[in-house]
Write a protein that binds this ligand. Structure first.
Ligand code: NAD
Length: 485
C-alpha cells in the first residue's frame, strides 16, 4: 500500500471529507504509485478557507519582520531536505534530478529573498498640498489568498506565490496540481516545521474542477493567484471578476528564438536545444519556434541536429539522463497528437517524432526530442502551445520577417534573439511582444528578484516575483493626518 499524504488544515494533517484519494503515478514507470493524496471537495475547501480567515487577524497584525523569520526558517529546512524533495518531485513529474534539485534550490533562494522583504519599505511619504497635513501610504494584505499551481515547477511556483503572499500578511489556501500532490505536501510540511501559526497556510489536494473551482468560488477568498493553462485561466478570471476578487494569471507560451546572420551559431544551437528540450519541453517559457536567417540556416540546422541526437533520454533519477518522460498519460497523448498533426499538415520531420526504443523505458511516458522543418506559419504546430519536446525550425529572409512571424501569436511570454549586433538588440527589445526577453540566452530562466510574466494572452498583465509581487499581494491605504494644535 502506498503512503498516504493528508491535507493540512488549521495546523492539522487530516483526511478529505470525501474519503476518496487520488494516486500520484511515476511517469517514468507507470506501475509505481509515488503516493496517494486527498481528493478534496467543497467541504474541505470551506474548512481550509475558514481556518485561513480566522488566522488572518493575528497574522496580518504581526510585524512583517517577524513574518519574514518564518520564511528564513523554511528556507533553511528546505535546503537541508533538498535531495529528498527533489527525488520525490522527480518521481512525480519526471524531470531529471539535476534540474529538479536546481528548482528546489531556487525555492530556497525565493524564500530567502521574501524573508528579507519583511524589512523593506511598505509605503511612501508624499508631499501634501496643505502646509499642515502629513500624507502617507501603507501597504496592507488582501486577506485569504487562493494559490492554484501546475505540475511543471512543483516546488518553485508554489513558493514564489506563497512566500510573498505570507510575508505581506495574507493567509493562504494552497491547491496544487494533483500530479504533484505529494511534493506539495512535503513543501507544506516544511512550512509547518518552520512553525507557522495554525491556519496561516492550508493545503487542499485534489482535482482542479472540484477543489480548485471551490476555492475560486468561495466568498471568503479575496484573491486568486493561478499558474496553468489558458483555458482554465480564462474561466478563473471570469469567475473572480464576477465575485469581485483580485486575480493573477500566468498562462501558456509559444516562445520564439531568432537566430540572425551574425550570431554565434554554436551558442545559439546549444541554447535553442536547452530552451526547447530541458524539462522535456514542459516549461511555459520553452523555445517552441526558432526563426533562422537564410544565410546561416544550413549550418545552424546541422549543429542543432547534432546536439539533439546526442541527448540521452531516461528515467529522471538516472544520473546520465538528460531528458525525462513527459509528466502524465494526458500529457503524452497531447504531445503525440501534436506530432501527428504536424506530419499530417505537411511539416517535415527532421528528428524524433516517436517513442524511444531503449530498454527500460517501456513503462514510461517517454517521447523523443522532435524537430520539424518546412513548417508553414498557419500549421497547428506553429501556432498552439505543445508543452512537450517539439521544436519548429523555420527559415526567414531577414530580421523583419522573423519579427513579424514571432509576434503573430496570441501569446507573449518569452523570446530570445541571438546576435552580436547591438543596434538589433535594442530594436528587438522594442519590437518583440514578450514579457521576458533574452539576448544570447535561452527563452527559459528567471531570477527571484526580477519580475516574471507575459504580455497578451500569456498572463493577466500582472507580474510575479521580485518587487512586482507586492502589487498583487497587497493593497494601499492612503492616510492624511492633520495635527491639531
Ligand atoms: P491546468 O490549467 O490544467 O492546471 C493548473 C492548475 O489548475 C492545477 O492545480 C489544476 O488542478 C487546477 N485547475 C484545473 N481546472 C480548474 C478549475 N476549473 N478551477 C480551478 N482550478 C483548476 O495546467 P497544467 O496542465 O497543470 O499546467 C500546464 C500549463 O501551465 C501550460 O499551459 C503552461 O504554459 C502553464 N504554465 C505557465 C507558467 C507561467 O508562469 N506563465 C508557468 C508554468 C506553467
Amino acid at each position: 500500500m502506498s503512503e498516504q499524504f493528508l491535507n493540512y488544515i488549521n495546523g492539522e494533517w487530516i483526511q478529505a471529507k470525501s474519503g476518496e484519494v487520488i494516486e500520484s503515478i511515476n511517469p517514468a514507470n507507470w506501475d509505481e504509485v509515488v503516493g496517494v493524496i486527498q481528493h478534496s471537495n467543497q467541504e474541505d475547501v470551506d474548512l481550509a478557507v475558514q481556518a485561513a480567515k480566522s488566522a488572518f487577524k493575528n497574522w496580518s497584525k504581526m510585524s512583517a519582520v517577524n513574518r519574514g523569520l518564518f520564511l528564513e526558517k523554511a528556507a533553511a529546512l528546505l535546503e537541508q531536505r533538498a535531495d529528498e524533495i527533489a527525488e520525490i518531485a522527480t518521481k512525480e513529474m519526471g524531470k531529471v534530478l539535476a534540474e529538479m534539485k536546481g528548482e528546489v534550490l531556487r525555492g530556497v533562494a525565493i524564500l530567502r529573498y521574501y524573508a528579507q522583504e519583511g524589512m523593506r519599505t511598505n509605503g511612501e511619504v508624499l508631499p501634501s498640498a496643505s502646509d499642515e497635513k502629513f500624507l502617507f501610504t501603507k501597504r496592507v494584505p488582501l486577506g485569504v489568498v487562493g494559490v492554484i499551481t501546475p505540475w511543471n515547477f512543483p516546488v518553485a511556483i508554489p513558493i514564489w506565490k506563497m512566500a510573498p503572499a505570507l510575508v505581506y500578511g495574507n493567509t493562504v489556501v494552497f491547491k496544487p496540481a494533483a500530479e504533484t500532490g505529494v511534493t506539495a505536501a512535503k513543501i507544506v510540511e516544511i512550512f509547518a516545521e518552520a512553525g507557522l501559526p495554525q491556519g496561516v497556510l492550508n493545503l487542499v489536494n485534489g482535482d482542479g474542477a472540484v477543489a480548485g473551482n471551490a476555492l475560486v468560488e468561495h466568498e471568503d477568498v479575496h484573491a486568486i493567484t493561478f499558474t496553468g493553462s489558458n483555458a482554465v485561466g480564462r474561466q478563473i478570471a471570469a469567475k473572480a471578476a464576477l465575485k469581485g476578487k483580485k486575480y493573477q494569471l500566468e498562462l501558456g507560451g509559444k516562445n520564439p528564438a531568432i537566430v540572425l546572420e551574425d550570431a554565434d551559431l554554436e551558442l545559439a544551437a546549444n541554447l535553442t536545444v536547452a530552451g526547447a528540450m530541458k524539462q522535456t519541453g514542459q516549461r511555459c517559457t520553452a523555445t517552441s519556434r526558432v526563426y533562422v536567417h537564410e544565410q546561416v540556416y544550413d549550418t545552424f540546422k546541422e549543429l542543432l541536429l547534432e546536439k539533439v541526437r546526442s541527448l540521452k533520454i531516461g528515467n529522471g533519477l538516472d544520473p546520465n539522463a538528460q531528458m525525462g518522460p513527459v509528466a502524465s498519460k494526458k500529457q503524452f497523448d497531447t504531445v503525440i497528437g501534436y506530432i501527428e498533426k504536424g506530419k499530417e499538415e505537411g511539416a517535415s520531420l527532421l528528428v524524433g517524432g516517436g517513442v524511444p526504443k531503449e530498454q527500460g523505458l517501456e513503462k514510461g511516458y517517454f517521447i523523443e526530442p522532435t524537430i520539424f522543418e518546412n513548417v508553414a506559419h498557419d500549421m497547428t504546430i506553429a501556432r498552439e502551445e505543445i508543452f512537450g519536446p517539439v521544436l519548429c525550425l523555420i527559415k526567414v529572409k531577414n530580421y523583419e520577417e522573423a519579427i513579424e512571424k514571432a509576434n503573430d501569436t496570441v501569446y507573449g511570454l518569452s523570446a530570445s534573439l541571438f546576435t552580436n549586433n547591438i543596434g538589433r538588440t535594442f530594436q528587438f527589445v522594442d519590437d518583440i511582444e514578450a514579457g521576458l526577453i533574452q539576448i544570447n540566452g535561452e527563452t527559459g530562466g528567471a531570477e527571484p528578484q526580477a519580475p516574471f510574466g507575459g504580455m497578451k494572452e500569456s498572463s493577466s498583465n500582472s507580474r510575479e516575483q521580485g518587487q512586482a509581487a507586492k502589487e498583487f499581494f497587497t493593497t494601499i491605504k492612503t492616510v492624511t493626518v492633520l495635527p491639531v494644535h
